[in-house]
Design a protein around this ligand. Structure first.
Ligand SMILES: [Cu+2]
Length: 153
């Protein structure tokens, strides 16, 4: 519990420069960013918070971008004490009035085979496709991450 509170506080501090932006009628988002690891990094992950402001469940079915060869939804899981990534192909259901957190060590957007190297402070357009609610375009900023588990492919 303390861990959760601590995490929340750290996370909240981290997010405090951001605010919710209206993206479509049903989905708002917060703090979209791509974690900068090193120049020439081929695979990068992106994070944000998506909130469903409607009273019906909304499904995120896929994500795409122009700067990576593939853009996928991933989650981290522990298998035999080793942290691994798994692609989520079935989409993410966001319950009414609930948030889904994409965060280091958890759900993330995986950008595979970046076409041109990304630099700090670059802003990249990413498209989030919802089952019945169309596509929203979100600018994700390339930033240095805070300490988190190493992310390997
Ligand atoms: Cu991944």
């Amino acid at each position: 519990m303390i861990n959760k509170i601590l995490f929340f506080l750290i996370f909240t501090c981290f997010l405090s420069n951001f605010s919710f932006a209206n993206s479509n009628k049903f989905i708002v988002y917060k703090s979209p960013w791509i974690k900068f690891i090193a120049k020439n990094q081929k695979n990068l992950s992106g994070y944000l918070i998506l909130k469903n402001t409607s009273d019906k469940a909304i499904k995120l079915i896929s994500v795409n971008s122009n700067f990576a060869e593939k853009t996928e939804i991933h989650k981290m899981k522990i298998e035999n004490n080793v942290m691994k990534m798994e692609r989520i192909k079935t989409g993410i259901l966001i319950l009414p009035n609930k948030e889904v957190l994409f965060k280091p060590g958890g759900l993330h957007i995986m950008f595979k085979n970046i076409k041109n190297k990304l630099n700090l402070d670059d802003k990249k357009k990413v498209f989030f496709n919802f089952e019945k609610n169309g596509t929203i375009e979100i600018m994700m900023k390339v930033k240095k991450g805070y300490h988190s588990k190493k992310h390997n492919h």
